[in-house]
Write a protein that binds this ligand. Structure first.
Ligand SMILES: *Cc1c(COP(=O)(O)O)cnc(C)c1O
Length: 463
């Protein structure tokens, strides 16, 4: 007992009037009032957090809060709330953010946000499902059959459909199954880098196929393809330059110009538009390419289609089935959550991406006016401004969409990004712009709340 008293400072049995100065005695009193770990874990709010996040995480937060109180950083009464504040909102390190960048499909923000219908479908598919079982017969059934049927219903020009992990996987599977040890003929103007140093030519060569480059950066003609196509050709590949544009003295071959050469034409459209979109007249779509004679179309699910990350393969039945039966297909297959989200995306109401794409400028401006007025009334230096949004790396390069934003002082950018509800805007001419085109109108109140508390810290610290 004596030892403990010496080590820990004044102990519980110190008589009043001992030699310790009053300040120290006060601190010791406070330390004794720090709630015990077991009691804290019984706090209903922390118990609920343990159900959500795991007991280990909650215990660590509790210890940290007690530590802080022991060091005099917070009063003992604040310990439970401080522990709660230290806990993250979600069980994974991924934090939901509001995309106010004005870039509809932002790769760093996970590309397309799922629709409410797709989110529900994911939740429902999370438990055991009949993904590979026919409940009527009790026999094994084709994996994801209802999703594939939905895909074919949306693209009747496709004889068959298959789904893999992403657009790159779709290309890898096509190259491996149709051209390993042989040649893929591709224009020099279509040897693209997708992003983050990821280059399609490298990806294709990694499958064991050889690239046969034709034409030049700005001009490639049908004759260029014809000149090199022969018995060693696996397929002709057309790649949509989805993140850049070449203008000026240019020429490229159309699919219809290439279908007479006796080898399959594979088209990587990238964005995942299934049919022409009136707002994006330049953007290739699966139906048009197939009708023009493409044997196979590959695309991503999480770009303009507005669904989960996945890769679509649409086209000639014999080719799609050869791909789906290839041993590599197993390594690229999607899980039931993806299948569920994709089907709900294909059959459900317009996706958030589709709505963001077609939102009218007047409606966006009205939202910006309303938000700015409400925030200005709270004394914030804010004004509504016109803005320009883009589709993003996911497609439609060069397309700009008239938009509206609220403009805030620059320090808001970092404060909003690191707030409890992270908001990612963009900096323009020394101001932080929050562009509303990619923000669903339902999120305007959350956005306003995040701005209100951004520089006051009223929402509390993040974990
Ligand atoms: C995005 C894109 C890819 C890659 O698709 P992921 O789904 O990101 O793997 C391939 N080709 C084109 C043309 C693209 O736009």
């Amino acid at each position: 007992m004596e030892q403990r008293t010496v080590r820990g400072g004044p102990g519980p049995h110190d008589a009043p009037g001992s030699a310790d100065p009053p300040g120290q005695r006060h601190a010791a009193d406070a330390r004794r009032r720090i709630p015990r770990t077991d009691d804290l874990l019984r706090d209903p709010r922390l118990a609920a957090a343990a159900d959500r996040l795991g007991a280990h995480r909650v215990k660590a937060a509790v210890r940290q809060a007690q530590e802080r109180a022991r060091a005099g950083g917070i009063p003992p009464e604040r310990v439970p709330q401080h522990a709660l504040d230290l806990l993250p909102g979600t069980a994974s390190g991924l934090r939901p953010v509001i995309n106010a960048t004005g870039v509809l499909l932002h790769t760093n923000l996970g590309r397309a946000p799922l629709s409410a219908a797709a989110r529900r479908a994911v939740r429902e598919a999370a438990g055991p499902t009949d993904v590979e079982l026919d409940l009527t017969t009790g026999l094994r059934a084709r994996r994801g059959r209802s999703t594939l049927a939905a895909l074919r219903a949306r693209v009747p020009a496709a004889g068959a459909a298959h789904v893999v992990n992403n657009g790159a996987a779709a290309l890898v599977l096509a190259a491996t199954a149709l051209a390993a040890g042989r040649e893929i003929v591709v224009s020099r103007g279509e040897m693209v880098e997708i992003g983050d140093g990821f280059r399609l030519p490298d990806l294709l060569v990694s499958t064991g196929a050889r690239l046969r480059e034709v034409g030049t950066t700005n001009r490639t003609t049908p004759a260029d393809y014809a000149a090199v196509t022969g018995p060693d050709t696996g397929f002709l590949l057309k790649v949509h330059p989805s993140n850049f544009r070449i203008t000026g003295f240019t020429r490229s071959a159309e699919v219809a110009d290439l279908t007479g050469l006796g080898v399959p034409v594979v088209v990587d459209i990238g964005s995942g538009l299934l049919a022409p979109h009136p707002a994006l007249p330049e953007e290739p779509d699966a139906a048009t390419q197939l009708r023009a004679g493409a044997a196979l179309v590959t695309a991503s699910g999480d770009k303009l289609l507005g669904g989960p990350q996945c890769g679509l393969l649409l086209g000639r039945e014999d080719l799609v089935h050869a791909l789906a039966r290839h041993p590599l297909a197993r390594a690229l297959r999607v899980d039931k959550l993806t299948l569920a989200a994709l089907e709900a995306t294909l059959t459900g109401p317009p996706t958030p991406t589709a709505r963001a794409l077609t939102a009218g400028p007047a409606g966006l401006r009205a939202r910006a006016d309303r938000l700015a007025a409400a925030l200005a009334a709270d004394g914030i230096d804010v004004r509504p401004v016109g803005s320009t949004a883009t589709v993003g790396g996911g497609g439609a390069p060069g397309v700009t969409l008239p938009s509206a934003a609220i403009s805030l002082p620059e320090p808001y950018a970092a404060a909003l990004r690191t707030g409890r509800t992270p908001v990612v805007g963009r900096l323009e001419a020394g101001r932080c712009l929050l562009d509303l085109r990619a923000v669903p109108a339902e999120d305007d109140d959350r956005l306003a709340e995040a701005v209100r508390s951004a520089l006051t810290g009223a929402e509390g610290p993040t974990a």
